[in-house]
Design a protein around this ligand. Structure first.
Ligand SMILES: NC(=O)c1ccc[n+]([C@@H]2O[C@H](COP(=O)([O-])OP(=O)(O)OC[C@H]3O[C@@H](n4cnc5c(N)ncnc54)[C@H](OP(=O)(O)O)[C@@H]3O)[C@@H](O)[C@H]2O)c1
Length: 323
């Protein structure tokens, strides 16, 4: 047996023990379930998973919506470039974006900073939101729009295929069948590899799944906003990944600033362990379910490093409870 095999085995034993502490026992291997791999990158500390059975990502990714203001004004370009490049150095290989972020600007920033991409990088993008349709709350799920959005993202990201592409939000004026059908067609043409859905209800998820294979759901979820608990349980049961957006509470990082009593216990835990509260907030998500892949957004390298290091923080089942 090689040294590599020995260290791999001892890592897996250690990881299985950690998983058991987190309540993840029995979820250590096989496609769609958490696979704790022998990676030596900081972003691999919480394990890695296979999205859609063929895209291996470390569980902590990076969100990019905050690279511009809500009005689309870019933040400091050098700072953004530094965050993206440091993310790669740390082993972050799941970057979440959308055409609508900064009205196409953010996808360009990603390509400018990282192209040519590392071979294991999974860039997830989305189509179906626009700044031009106030009558639908900014949603546009028309097939012709989704095609244009996807083809635009391919160009800006300099990709031949987008590894994971989401319907950003169901459009109340377009049957979900039509929007999902458009993504199915793009998948058939090889323009997207896997399909995800975002901002969906349980019924919308079920409908989408009746039409195509959905590998990921991206809904808002954090310690304070737990509307998707039932969806997460279904994702876990059926091995669909759940990407909690706004894991720290969104642009205002509300989870970190809230005075909510439910968080007091976890603040005490952070103090006891000498870790940042933000790390406890991310560790809480990782412990909530093995299918959970947080994508905290940041424009600061120090915050990125802290968020990635949260993957080392383990919570017990008791600590996971906010009661
Ligand atoms: N599907 C959707 O509809 C949807 C909607 C919203 C977001 N998203 C995706 O989800 C990603 C994450 O959500 P989000 O960016 O809205 O919110 P978030 O990740 O919950 O929080 C981002 C905020 O937290 C701060 N922050 C990050 N790390 C920190 C740390 N270690 N300590 C203190 N503050 C920290 C950031 O400020 P600094 O920049 O100063 O670090 C920023 O203000 C987005 O970037 C986007 O990719 C998707």
């Amino acid at each position: 047996m090689t040294m590599n095999a020995v260290s791999r085995r001892s890592f897996l034993q250690h990881a299985a023990a950690a998983a058991s502490v987190m309540g993840l026992a029995g979820c250590a291997t096989s496609s769609g379930k958490i696979r704790l791999r022998d990676t030596n990158t900081p972003a691999g500390a919480s394990g890695s998973v296979w999205i859609g059975g063929d895209l291996q990502v470390n569980r902590i990714g990076l969100g990019t919506a905050g690279f511009t203001s809500r009005d689309g004004v870019p933040r400091d370009r050098n700072a953004i470039r530094a965050v993206l490049r440091r993310a790669i150095e740390l082993g972050v290989n799941h970057i979440d974006t959308a055409d609508v972020y900064g009205s196409n600007l953010v996808e360009r920033f990603i390509a400018e900073a990282l192209y040519p991409y590392p071979s294991d990088l999974v860039i997830a993008s989305k189509g179906g939101q626009t700044r031009n349709r106030p009558e639908t709350g900014g949603r546009d799920g028309r097939p012709e729009h989704l095609r244009e959005a996807c083809e635009g993202s391919l160009k800006r990201l300099k990709l031949e295929q987008i590894p994971l592409y989401y319907l950003h939000s169901p459009d109340p004026k377009v049957p979900l069948e039509d929007s999902i059908g458009a993504l199915a067609q793009l998948q058939k043409e090889g323009k997207i590899r896997h399909i995800g859905v975002s901002n969906v209800s349980l019924a919308e998820l079920a409908k989408a799944r009746s039409l195509v294979s959905i590998v990921a759901v991206q809904n808002q979820y954090n310690m304070l906003l737990r509307d998707s608990d039932e969806i997460i349980d279904i994702c876990e049961r059926d091995k669909i990944f759940f990407i909690p957006f706004s894991p720290l509470g969104g642009r205002t990082a509300e989870v970190l600033t809230s005075q909510d009593d439910r968080l007091a216990k976890l603040q005490a835990l952070a103090d006891e362990r000498h870790v940042e509260f933000s790390q406890i907030a991310l560790a809480w998500l990782l412990a909530r379910s093995p299918v959970m892949l947080p994508i905290p957004g940041t424009t600061q390298v120090a915050h990125l490093e802290s968020n990635v290091a949260a993957g080392k923080v383990r919570l017990t089942r008791q600590e996971l409870s906010l009661e």
